[in-house]
Design a protein around this ligand. Structure first.
Ligand SMILES: [Zn+2]
Length: 653
């Protein structure tokens, strides 16, 4: 019935705000499914968080990355396959966004005060950041209301956002204000805007706020979005307007398709909504059950998921490039018809993107500049959850002869890098040589976080993570803030066991480009017991012809690469005696000597696999002679069965 509205939920989420709500948005957008266009009015409520007077405001116009081949996004994407078949493109393939009008409050239109800026490169053709020169400055701590009207052409999905046939995934779709960093925030020495151009290797950075978004789409379309649906209004022109609301979120993403099946469930007070095409409905339970497992796991260890909604979107196969991405209270997870049970891809993606609800949507680091703080933490926790749920050895692939766990998978990606010494992990996303820095954002930090867990112990690691998360949620930390928490918690729990602080660890793994490789160099035995023989009373006398053999056993351990970490060593003698040793791992070589009645059977470095980032575990053990026990020790060492097989496996993103 035209004009009828259905109130579906109360708007307010939290009695006490979780964040500072610096940038809030009201957006009314109309989707034209014939022309693939958006027309919108938008109000931004922005609060100057600083003691500075603000004279300019930059905005992200992400959709302009898809405007033409001269955008920085396009130029840096060359060879990535994101823009295939250039000769056959039509206007329908490309996308853009244009601010038609912009006002402060009810003031005059300031659109002539807009100009494109290029803070990251000298590409004057890039139109992904636009700056407004204010006629009246915004005073310290003052609030400003900006009213915009804008138009956008939706691109065909190349990555994350766009349309494919009648499926729409609208991410990075509206003008988004940059983040003003006051002096002392992150790396800012003086107050400054942080608003980078759109690069293919970077994601996003935004302030928290509340979102009131109404989306008008043809009646046939089922609409899902960040936030909770508060109202649906049927209009007289065979369209409906869907109202959504969210608090303390950094972004807003929505999807529309006439082909979604909607599966709803409530879990621990959270509305779970799965939007899935019917060809994938066989996997419905797998998406929902894995989400619930992750909700429980992080709820126990970090904080219960605070938002009232989680929407999981499974794009159709033709729109799969919109899959595997995280947005506030909404994730996308690629589907495939008849996913076999042994390939835990639905679980892998749902859990990964759900972890981002914590490490992007709440901790909200700057993904342009410190991508590892988002993807690295997410990869570490995702692996813990998957391995806990489905098994350390088989959480990703679970065939009889081919098995792989999630943490193993990340380690294999890290040690399988073409150049493991490529660069430190602290560069901005577009500053890496030789293309993709993915391993430096995902698998390397996941692997050294697992190594840190091995060194300080799981209990301490959980304390570090819980402290870091709860201290910095909704506050945009940088790497210094995490390192400070590590130093604080480790010293509190272990005193000076690992030194004055853990800065040395980060010098190696985060700021350094070295690798870690310990090796058993050699095991040697010198026979020391001999017959008692010599001259006694002018005669040669052999006092005991068959003395018991004795040995001096010498073991040489080697550090083959740059990184120095404390390692445990297991020395096992042929009579079954086991001796545990500890080496600070600093020198290039380290010797162990035993005066013993029996020979050493085998020596193994790091048998408990604490130093997860050791790049070659085949050289971690050595046996004196082949015998069944030492062969078993060799074979049973965790990764030796599989490491080489899977190094470089790269069929997940
Ligand atoms: Zn991710």
């Amino acid at each position: 019935m035209p004009g009828t509205s259905f109130v579906l939920a109360q708007e307010q989420w939290f009695e006490v705000p979780l964040s500072d709500r610096i940038a809030s948005y009201d957006i009314e957008v109309k989707l034209d499914t014939e022309l693939h266009r958006l027309t919108a009015t938008q109000t931004i409520y922005w609060q100057n968080p600083s003691d500075d007077t603000i004279r300019t405001i930059p905005f992200h116009l992400y959709l302009n990355a898809f405007k033409n081949t001269e955008s920085t996004f396009y130029r840096e994407s060359l060879g990535s396959g994101r823009f295939p078949d250039l000769e056959n493109t039509t206007e329908a393939d490309w996308g853009w966004i244009n601010i038609d009008k912009i006002k402060i409050g009810d003031g005059e239109d300031l659109s002539r005060q807009l100009r494109y800026i290029h803070p990251d490169d000298d590409n004057t053709e890039d139109k992904t950041v636009i700056e407004l020169a204010l006629l009246q400055p915004i005073l310290p701590r003052a609030k400003a209301v900006l009213n915009l009207t804008w138009t956008a052409k939706i691109p065909k999905i190349k990555i994350r956002t766009g349309y494919s046939k009648d499926f729409y995934l609208q991410a990075q779709w509206f003008p988004k204000i940059g983040v003003y960093e006051s002096a002392g925030m992150r790396f800012a020495k003086t107050g400054q805007w942080n608003c980078h151009q759109y690069h293919p290797t970077t994601e996003y950075y935004a302030d928290f706020g509340n979102y009131n978004v109404s989306i008008n789409a043809p009646d046939a379309f089922i609409v899902g979005a960040s936030g909770t649906r508060t109202k649906v209004e049927k209009q007289s022109d065979q369209t409906s307007t869907h109202h959504f609301y969210g608090e303390d979120i950094i972004d807003f993403t929505w999807t529309a398709s006439p082909n979604f099946e909607v599966v709803k469930e409530e879990y621990l007070g959270i509305q779970l909504e799965l939007l899935i095409n019917s060809e994938y409905s066989c996997c419905t339970d797998r998406y929902l059950e894995s989400a619930k497992y992750a909700i429980d796991y992080l709820g126990e260890r970090l904080m219960p998921y605070p938002f009232p909604k989680l929407t999981i979107v499974v794009p159709p196969l033709h729109g799969i490039n919109a899959g595997a991405m995280e947005y506030p209270t909404l994730v996308t997870a690629p589907g495939m018809y008849g996913f076999p049970d042994w390939l835990r891809s639905p679980e892998y993606f749902v859990i990964h993107e759900f972890v981002h609800q914590y490490f992007m949507m709440m901790v909200a680091t700057n993904e342009f500049e410190e991508a590892w703080m988002d993807e690295g933490f997410t990869s570490y926790w995702k692996s813990r959850i998957l391995d806990d749920a489905y098994g350390v050895k088989n959480s990703v692939i679970d065939l009889r002869w081919v098995r792989m766990g999630a943490m193993e998978f990340f380690r294999s990606r890290y040690v399988g890098m073409d150049n493991i010494h490529l660069a430190e992990s602290t560069r901005a996303g577009w500053e890496y040589p030789n293309g993709s820095p993915r391993a430096l954002f995902y698998s390397k930090p996941a692997t050294w976080l697992k190594t840190l867990e091995g060194i300080v112990g799981l209990e301490t690691m959980d304390e570090i993570m819980k402290t870091y998360f709860n201290r910095w949620k909704f506050k945009h930390p940088c790497r210094y803030d995490f390192i400070d928490v590590v130093n604080e918690v480790v010293v509190e729990k272990h005193g000076d066991e690992f030194g004055e602080n853990m800065n040395w660890f980060f010098d190696f793994v985060l700021y350094g480009t070295g690798a870690c490789d310990y090796s058993v160099g050699s095991i040697q035995h010198l026979e020391t017991a001999m017959a008692t023989i010599g001259i006694w009373e002018d005669s040669l006398i052999i006092k005991n012809q068959n003395p018991q053999k004795k040995y001096q056993a010498k073991v040489v351990l080697e550090r083959l690469e740059e990184i120095q970490l404390p390692v445990d060593i297991l020395v096992c003698f042929v009579d079954g005696t086991k001796v545990w040793e500890r080496w600070d791992g600093k020198a290039r070589t380290h010797g162990l000597t035993y005066d013993t009645d029996v020979r050493i059977d085998y020596v193994e470095i790091d048998p408990l696999q604490k130093i997860y980032m050791d790049i070659n575990i085949l050289n971690n053990s050595k046996r004196t002679e082949p015998n069944t026990r030492s062969i078993w020790a060799y074979v049973s060492s965790w990764g030796m069965r599989i490491q080489q097989v899977f190094q470089g496996v790269s069929f997940f993103i």
